[in-house]
Design a protein around this ligand. Structure first.
Ligand code: C2E
Ligand code: CA
Ligand code: CA
Length: 649
């Protein structure tokens, strides 16, 4: 929240008053040498004309002492002037007071001296004294125009005795001079008062302006600070992180000590948000921020980049091991269960690093590479650390080529569908076929779907591809036996917006194929990207009359809570569990519990990746009846299909 500064009238007044003293002092300081000069030169002239007529102590020694004192004082003053800026307000006020007293004292001394000197010499010399006193006081009042008190005091000290003294001489000329001087002094005092009032106002408005400016500056500093801060965790935000990265890159450009950019992404955060609500999500993010702050050091800065993504800048990095150790400590800190309001959740964080200067030629590229390393960590080393390497660079290049080729591909001609049977071993019948995309690129050759689907998903091209493939599948189905069913894979984008799922619904409706012949397969990862939207998309499909299957079950984070909230018909156990199913008791237990879960939720359970007869019998023992895999048939063009493996038992 923006903290406002209020200057109350008292502090404003106090600061203006002290500001005025300082300004007075500064202005006066400029004129003081002139004041002493007038005093010394005029006094010298009068003393000179009285040498010989007045006693020596009055004509020589007294003025010599007075003038020396003035000159000495002037030098002391000039020496101290440079400290004015560093003086406190109280010091300035004290110096100002002393100055007023000193001026009064000088007024008394010089007036006394002038009056003592007056009786000596001829009428010219006497007139000289009168002239000296009047012209000197006028000159001095002028020099004191910024010091109202001193000017008024000096006028009183000089003019009153001067007028009284000369009036008592009964000399008409001298009385006229005295009256003239009084009148001129009064006029000068009026001018001085007006000038002083304007001066004080000017200083006041200047100070008010400065106060306003400093308030504005403070507000803008505060805004800048807030604009660079993440309000939830109190960590610097993405904008600040990128600016720091930029600055760090520039400062270490000339091949000195290297640094690393890190990006952390939480695994399983979306489920916390979906299942427990955004309030719980915020508590978890705050806790993540606190845990990360424990690692903060002069060589390590942290930021929240947005959502459940955090950034790291690690300075003075010497080798990869140093980063791997740091990554391991951070990942294990993030794995400690998160507790709030009686609930606990287990999350992990995956971390990607890119090192400078070896793997990035610009701040943007370093960040991109750290992000790629993170993506890699999430795919292959979930909850662990990956450092961007040459091998990743090669992969990026390959993905780039595939991306380019895909964008320019003639999808109609280059994309085809293969179909793999899904069988019910108890009835020994093929119940459906899974449609699997195949791409034969004229420039790159056969590209596996695991690669081009990933590329299309990253580039956002996937929905266009899904639409094309679905149209092809439906077109093929028209020629088949109306009892034949297919399972078709959808990706996150296809169910990620109402518009995309609307397209799918339209295509199916317009195809004339009975929706009951279709099953759409969606993966858990597709669901968790936006659980609310995904759920409503699945309902829209379900209303159309198609079936929904949850693909690759067991690889992600799907909790049972998620499953029963979705309009599902089938669950496909990921083929990863099948690898050692004949010998691995844990895998058997997992499969058995999923089968039981499906039975209690009244869902069909499909096991995919079945490659041998042994697996078939183990799986049957665990209660599985619906299976898919090379054992029953490889994916192949529909027309070219040979007989499906009949010996299921
Ligand atoms: P998936 O949906 O899990 O598809 C099953 C994959 O397992 C297929 O790989 C299939 O050929 C393979 N498979 C089947 N039986 C066996 C077996 O016994 N052993 C082994 N090792 N593998 C077996 P494929 O065709 O390479 O597809 C890979 C992935 O690409 C698919 O995994 C799916 O996620 C994606 N994909 C394929 N076609 C499409 C599509 O049209 N749309 C979308 N969105 N994704 C697709
Ligand atoms: Ca599938
Ligand atoms: Ca699958």
């Amino acid at each position: 929240m923006i903290r406002r500064i209020f200057l109350d009238s008292h502090t404003l007044y106090a600061s203006t008053a002290s500001g005025l003293s300082r300004s007075q002092f500064e202005a006066f300081a400029r004129q003081l040498p002139l004041l002493y000069l007038i005093l010394v030169v005029n006094s010298f002239a009068v003393a000179f004309t009285h040498v010989g007529t007045a006693p020596a102590w009055l004509a020589i020694y007294a003025p010599a002492a007075m003038c020396s004192a003035c000159i000495l004082r002037l030098f002391v003053w000039l020496g101290r002037r440079k400290y004015l800026a560093s003086m406190s307000d109280a010091q300035v006020a004290a110096r100002l007071k002393n100055t007023v007293l000193l001026i009064a004292l000088l007024g008394i001394i010089f007036t006394g001296w002038g009056l003592l000197l007056f009786p000596y010499g001829d009428p010219y010399a006497r007139a000289h004294v009168a002239f000296y006193m009047s012209i000197t006081v006028i000159g001095c009042i002028f020099c004191l125009m910024h010091m109202r008190t001193a000017a008024l005091l000096l006028t009183a000290i000089v003019i009153v005795p001067f007028t009284v003294f000369f009036s008592l001489t009964h000399n008409l000329v001298l009385i006229a001079i005295a009256i003239n001087v009084v009148l001129v002094s009064i006029a000068m005092i009026i001018i001085l008062l007006t000038y002083y009032r304007d001066f004080a106002r000017l200083v006041e408005s200047q100070r008010a302006l400065e106060a306003k400016q400093s308030e504005l500056q403070h507000l803008s500093d505060e805004n800048l600070r807030l604009a660079n801060l993440d309000s939830l965790t109190g960590l610097p935000n993405r904008r600040r992180f990128l600016a720091d990265l930029d600055a760090l890159f520039r400062s270490t450009k000339d091949g000195q000590a290297g640094f690393a950019v890190g990006v952390i992404d939480l695994d399983g955060f979306k489920q916390v948000n979906d299942v427990y609500g955004h309030g719980a999500g915020d508590r978890v993010l705050e806790e993540v921020g606190r845990r990360l702050l424990q690692f903060s050091a002069p060589t390590l800065s942290l930021a929240r980049l947005g959502g459940d993504e955090f950034g790291l800048l690690v300075r003075d990095v010497t080798d990869r091991q140093q980063l791997l150790d740091l990554g391991a400590s951070i990942c294990s800190a993030l794995q400690v269960p998160y507790a709030w309001q009686g609930t606990t959740a287990r999350l992990s964080g995956s971390l990607g690093f890119a090192m400078s200067p070896s793997t990035g030629r610009s701040p943007a590229q370093l960040f991109e590479h750290a992000d790629y390393a993170l993506y890699f960590a999430k795919e292959h080393r979930r909850g662990g650390t990956t450092i961007f390497s040459r091998e990743h660079e090669e992969q990026i290049r390959e993905l780039g080529q595939v991306d380019q080729a895909l964008r320019h591909a003639d999808l109609e001609r280059e994309m085809t569908l293969h179909f793999q049977p899904i069988v019910d071993v108890s009835s020994q019948r093929v119940i459906s076929y899974e449609a699997l995309a195949r791409w034969n690129s004229p420039s790159l050759g056969l590209i596996p779907p695991s690669l081009f689907i990933k590329v299309a998903e990253r580039s956002g091209f996937i929905h266009a591809l899904s639409v094309k493939l679905l149209c092809k599948a439906l077109a093929e189905m028209r020629a088949w036996d109306p009892a034949t069913r297919i399972a078709f894979n959808l990706s996150a984008h296809d169910i990620g917006s109402a518009e995309a799922v609307g397209n799918i619904v339209d295509i199916v409706t317009k195809s004339g194929i009975a929706p009951g012949r279709l099953t759409f397969e969606v993966t858990e990862t597709a669901l968790i990207q936006d659980f609310e939207q995904a759920t409503s998309s699945l309902h829209a499909l379900k209303n159309l009359g198609v079936r929904i299957s949850l693909d690759d079950f067991g690889t992600g984070y799907s909790s049972l809570t998620c499953i029963h909230r979705l309009p599902l018909d089938k669950v496909k156990i990921d083929r990863g569990f099948l690898k050692d199913i004949d010998s691995d008791a844990t895998a058997q237990n997992v499969v058995r519990s999923i089968v039981e879960l499906c039975r209690s939720l009244k869902l069909t359970c499909v096991v995919e990746g079945v490659e041998s007869g042994v697996q078939v019998s183990v799986l049957r023992g665990l209660g599985c009846t619906v299976m898919q895999g090379f054992y029953f048939g490889h994916p192949a063009p529909f027309g070219s299909r040979g007989p499906v493996q009949q010996n299921f038992a």
